[in-house]
Design a protein around this ligand. Structure first.
Ligand SMILES: NC(=O)c1ccc[n+]([C@@H]2O[C@H](COP(=O)([O-])OP(=O)(O)OC[C@H]3O[C@@H](n4cnc5c(N)ncnc54)[C@H](OP(=O)(O)O)[C@@H]3O)[C@@H](O)[C@H]2O)c1
Length: 290
């Protein structure tokens, strides 16, 4: 099979950057290069690159901000997704769109499968659900729901490391349960789906396996980094966040195997993160003599 031509949108994000590394021959666009809400430019660009597959990793992911700016979030997370779905329908191309566990309300203790009915608790979840419906209007869409994604230097584990290193007090929520998911593992899985002989369009739940609270993730992060630092477990309501979060948003899959356990993936991420940050540290003194 010839290598498919791939376009990645939202290439500066946590998943977008990782996808760009995993799929080095893809044409990747950051928001600056291609704003997906700009329908005219959006429709010209894919025509330029003639993609077989469009992967949309662009999104408005500021969960609390979306409470005040739902219309703006809707434009990126739903309206623009409809533009992409329409383009893929018109050109009969594959559309891979990413969604979230936040479309569910987090009350189903057994976890949610692909056929469960969403019921978002917050504005972000509502816009992502509208985006799912837009994406699924194209019969070639593979809609991937994932959760608690980390992969960049701005990720939750990276922030925990930075705070611990700066000796800041760590207070971390211990009453939300989810599946921390490595952007690298997800990106490799997306690549495998693209290169598979055949993959049925529809909804897929893809996360690392196992269940954790944010507190669990913070504790493991520091353990893997070899840092000793006290962490105070707190309740979500102590943070006075604008958006309500699902308390137990576990994605189960009836279609694919779960990815490896979250702790194994997190350990690998922490090791790579530390190595990269050591490499990028300026050389103090630089070997110069005065
Ligand atoms: N993060 C999570 O925990 C999580 C969990 C479940 C699902 N997801 C989903 O996974 C996907 C990737 O998330 P992520 O964590 O990689 O998000 P992210 O780090 O916030 O990246 C999103 C990217 O989208 C770009 N973007 C925003 N508006 C755009 C626009 N109008 N046109 C083009 N690009 C635009 C942003 O550009 P700038 O860099 O210029 O701001 C950013 O680079 C999203 O669909 C998200 O909903 C995320």
């Amino acid at each position: 099979m010839n290598e498919p031509t791939i376009v990645i949108l939202g290439a500066n994000g946590s998943l977008g950057r990782t996808l760009t590394n995993v799929l080095p021959t893809a044409t990747a666009f950051t928001q600056e290069q291609l704003d997906i809400t700009n329908k005219t430019r959006l429709y010209l660009k894919p025509d330029d690159c003639a993609p077989d597959v469009i992967i949309n990793a662009a999104a408005c992911t500021a969960v609390d901000l979306a409470e005040q700016k739902e219309a703006e979030a809707h434009l990126v997370n739903a309206t623009a997704v409809q533009y992409l779905a329409d383009w893929c329908t018109a050109h009969n191309k594959k559309f891979i769109h990413i969604s979230t566990d936040y479309v569910f309300d987090g009350t189903k203790k057994a976890g949610y499968t692909e056929i469960d009915v969403p019921n978002p608790l917050n504005a972000y979840g509502r816009t992502k659900l509208a985006g799912e419906n837009a994406a699924l209007s194209c019969k070639n869409t593979i809609l991937i729901r994932t959760s608690w994604l980390y992969g960049s230097n701005k990720s939750f584990p990276a922030k925990i490391l930075a705070k611990a290193t700066a000796h800041e007090q760590l207070r971390v929520v211990n009453d939300q349960y989810g599946q921390p998911t490595s952007a690298a593992d997800l990106a490799k899985n997306i690549s495998a789906m693209i290169h598979a002989q055949h993959i049925e369009p529809g909804i897929y739940h893809i996360t690392n396996s196992g269940v954790a609270t944010w507190y669990d993730v913070a504790v493991c992060t520091l353990n893997f980094a070899g840092i000793t630092c006290p962490i105070l477990p707190i309740k979500t309501n102590e943070l006075n966040l604008a958006a309500t979060r699902p308390q137990y948003s576990i994605l189960r899959s009836t279609k694919t195997q779960s990815l490896r356990n979250w702790k194994e993936a997190l350990c690998e991420y922490i090791q790579q993160h530390i190595e990269q940050n050591i490499q990028h540290q300026p050389e103090l003194g630089g070997g110069k003599t005065s």
